[in-house]
Design a binder for this molecule. Structure first.
Ligand code: PLP
Length: 441
């Protein structure tokens, strides 16, 4: 049953939106199936962004729908504080099964933001449990996006997401970002230059002392800021430096996890294993909100088996909806579907076709960089001198009206289609974009 357009748009204060513009020019999505949305006025829109980087298996997939329906009728909700339900343990085992070796303890949340704040709190609790409670500093990275909780915006580095919200956490520092168009523009896959930027961590460590730093958190591939692929050797250097100084490394894989980069995780794809991995989005194919933090055994055990503690709650943290029964059902069905259709391998197999198609846009008006990895691409446009971001908004709107959903951050287009996209649909996406770019002022 497709919803009809409402008469009154005033009550809903929309997230991350230009509310005034939207309500004057509404764009409403009413239904979705596989690779397409249907708008409230009945137009089909090709989904070039898997919703918000999350519908990795495509929309309205029958096994997931069925699992949610059946679960709602069997056990809608079960408290998970001091109680459990079978699906939560099953899903935790399934998640552990696709994480890198050793990251087999799984804490459930309801979003990427909650996963990030959970991971940061686990890092702090870990050091306290080990008798090093002075390790409280957290290191993020410029241009990083780690959701919208106070922890996430503090370690994050997107200026607009922080400006209005006060000082945030204290004791936070940031690595430099890795965007280097002068040396890396139009890289296919990992850019060649920039591994040395990881060495800046040594300077931060020298400044504060390793024994004050709890964790470093980065997106292995930065998504929301406009697709920054890690330079060759960069993540390896970060891992080596954090390991050398005994600092925990957290990968925020809310976007890069669950197949987006052609493997279960970026950690697997790049061959670099952190201590904690944040997940969300693709975990349930976005059919029910859910996030998770995969935690290495030694971190978990240090907290849960801390010597000397009286028996009782080990970590005073959790959400009413942690391991929600519907989310667990959706998660298990989603991981089954990824496996039965081999979607992670499929994404990997499409990578060259994807890269060839996208890099074919080089030379079109305003295009100053194209970057890609897995089934992700960023197309950077030159900003209008008087109005940065306006060109991005214009192309977003014109593409939507032309039947293609893209995502823009400022003047950077980000593409991340469902992993079921066909080669024809890749061609269709790129043709429409080419047309749009030719007409863009
Ligand atoms: C890397 C990363 N971390 C965290 C988040 C926040 O996730 P959510 O919007 O589910 O809170 C996002 C969302 O895009 C993300 O890309």
């Amino acid at each position: 049953m497709a919803a009809t357009a409402p008469n009154d748009l005033s009550n809903w204060w929309m997230p991350f939106s230009d509310n005034r513009y939207f309500k004057a020019n509404p764009r409403l999505l009413a239904a979705a199936k596989d690779m397409h949305y249907t708008t409230a006025d009945g137009r089909r829109v090709l989904d070039g962004t898997a919703g918000l980087w999350c519908v990795n298996a495509g929309h309205g997939r029958e096994p997931i729908v069925r699992a949610i329906q059946e679960q709602a009728a069997t056990l809608d909700f079960a408290p998970t504080f001091q109680l459990g339900h079978p699906l939560a343990f099953q899903l935790a085992a399934r998640v552990a099964g696709i994480m890198p070796d050793g990251l087999d303890r799984v804490f459930f949340t309801n979003s990427g933001s909650e996963s990030v704040d959970t991971a940061l709190k686990i890092a702090l609790a870990y050091w306290r449990a080990r008798g090093q409670g002075q390790r409280t500093r957290l290191i993020g990275r410029e241009r990083g996006y780690h959701g919208v909780g106070f922890g996430g915006i503090s370690v994050g580095g997107i200026v607009t997401n922080r400006r209005a919200f006060g000082p945030g956490l204290t004791g936070v520092d940031h690595l430099p970002h890795t965007h280097d168009p002068a040396r890396n523009a139009f890289s296919r896959g990992q850019p060649a230059h920039g591994a040395d930027l990881a060495d800046r961590l040594e300077a931060i460590i020298a400044l504060h002392g390793a024994d004050t730093i709890a964790a470093v958190i980065v997106e292995p591939l930065a998504g929301s800021t406009g697709v920054l692929v890690p330079p060759v050797g960069y993540l390896e250097r970060l891992r080596a430096i954090t390991a050398h100084h005994g600092i925990l490394l957290i990968f925020d894989e809310v976007i890069s996890g669950c197949g987006r980069l052609g493997a279960a995780t970026a950690a697997e794809r790049f061959g670099v294993t952190p201590d904690l991995i944040c997940l969300a989005k693709g975990l349930t194919n976005a059919a029910v909100p859910m996030g998770a933090v995969a935690v290495s055994r030694h971190v978990h055990d240090a907290i849960v088996d801390a010597p000397g503690d009286a028996p009782g709650i080990e970590l005073f943290h959790g959400y009413t909806y942690s391991a929600h029964a519907l989310a667990c059902a959706a998660g298990i069905a989603t991981l089954d579907l990824y496996a039965s259709e081999g979607l992670f391998a499929r994404a990997r197999g499409l990578e060259d076709v994807w890269a060839d198609a996208l890099h074919g846009l080089k030379g079109l008006p305003h295009v100053i960089d194209i970057r890609n990895f897995g089934l992700v691409a960023g197309i950077e446009l030159s900003p209008r001198p008087d109005a940065p971001g306006a060109r991005g908004q214009d192309i977003f709107r014109s593409m939507f009206d032309a039947g293609l959903l893209i995502r823009v951050t400022g003047d950077i287009i980000a593409l991340s289609p469902p992993l079921i996209i066909s080669t024809d649909q890749i061609g269709e996406m790129v043709d429409r974009l080419a047309q749009g770019l030719r007409q863009l002022a």
